[in-house]
Design a protein around this ligand. Sequence first.
Ligand SMILES: Cc1cc2nc3c(=O)[nH]c(=O)nc-3n(C[C@H](O)[C@H](O)[C@H](O)COP(=O)(O)OP(=O)(O)OC[C@H]3O[C@@H](n4cnc5c(N)ncnc54)[C@H](O)[C@@H]3O)c2cc1C
Length: 409
Amino acid sequence: MTAAKAGVVIVGGGQAGGEGAIALREGGYQGPVTIVGDEPYPPYERPPLSKALLLGEASIESTYLRGGGVFAERDIALKPGIRVAAIDRAGKGVGLSDGSGLAYDKLLLATGAVVRKLPLPSADLAGVFYLRTIADTLSIRERLTPAATIVVIGGGYIGLEVAASARKRGAAAIVVEVADRIMNRVVAPELSAYFAAIHRGHGVQIRTQTTVAAIEGDHAVRAVRLSTGETIAADIVVIGVGIAPDTALAAAAGLGIENGVKVDEFGATSDPDIYAAGDVTNHWNPLLGRYVRLESWQNAQNQAIAAAKAMIGQPAPYAEVPWFWSDQYDLNLQLVGAPLAWDQVVRRDGGDPNRFTLFYLAGGKLVAANAVNNARDIRPARQLIAKGTPLTPGELADPGVRMQDLVKR
Ligand SMILES: Cc1cc2nc3c(=O)[nH]c(=O)nc-3n(C[C@H](O)[C@H](O)[C@H](O)COP(=O)(O)OP(=O)(O)OC[C@H]3O[C@@H](n4cnc5c(N)ncnc54)[C@H](O)[C@@H]3O)c2cc1C
């Protein structure tokens, strides 16, 4: 892109939007860059929202992407508290919620995701929350006193992190999960069982194969009625039942949508002047050989960087083995790979009961690994997945076989 007049407009001031803007400058782009984000903060990182910020151990400012000051330093204009209401592809401009408009040469869509809502009676009572934003965390935290009981609907990562944070703050916590085990979407049953035991050991009640039939209360939540017929008293309800890519704007503009805004490995959409990155996309991953929609820090950062580089004529494909982490109590869980299936799970002990790695094999090749307090296995596992090295269960299970030696093979 040369001699830009209108510059780059970024829709969404989250992690992908912020990283994309910074990458434009790092790539030498000198035209105007504007981030339009509907939250009242500069771009920030969400992982602390269910962990350190919820615990009160981190400040709001500490979540700001690269400290927050980077945008002024790099001459990146921020428009917080403003929504992009519409995209005019023919006229290459966007209409904003304050009635103004912005022209663009290139547009980056980084609208992220919206929480999936549960159509429950009384879900609008005070004390019932979803968790996506700083505002959500602050509201939950205010009520999370040692005297409180919190019911978490959904036993995925965010729900479990909230339960762990609640216990750390002294509140009683109950997790209600519709499936027969927690974290059932992406990990093997043995890991679910391990985490369930850890949570129970910290006093969390876990009800699997159970749903919430109704939330009860007058102005504020008082109790939750379960599908089992049981009613449990509750002061706070946090609903964590997943997210959906925020494709409304892209769909209204007629862009290709399929389980997210469909983009290639450069973040390009069906419009040559519009790119997309982060939770909102379903992207082509050349390493995996398929489209994948990810909800992760890594994807928000690195896909946005790849998209920004492609927008300014420096294309380099985004092709990484997916990586994610979750912190619960003193456990750090890291996951690499996004397997659709596996035929064997092998455990490698790390020297104590709370330090180990599970390796997932399909056809004699590694497709994923989950490391509990064992981050050192993640890098080699990622390399083994990317290379498709043939491996035996025995060598993966044997702590005496160095992972690095398997990579060198
Ligand atoms: C509580 C929580 C904990 C997490 N923990 C982890 C973790 O431990 N590890 C990990 O890898 N990942 C974690 N994640 C996931 C990770 O934070 C997300 O994948 C990442 O934030 C996605 O970034 P994004 O920029 O694509 O989307 P978002 O962060 O959702 O940002 C999109 C922004 O765009 C705004 N927006 C949308 N539409 C418009 C519009 N029309 N106009 C203006 N603004 C708009 C939205 O309000 C939002 O501010 C966590 C997420 C949450 C919510």
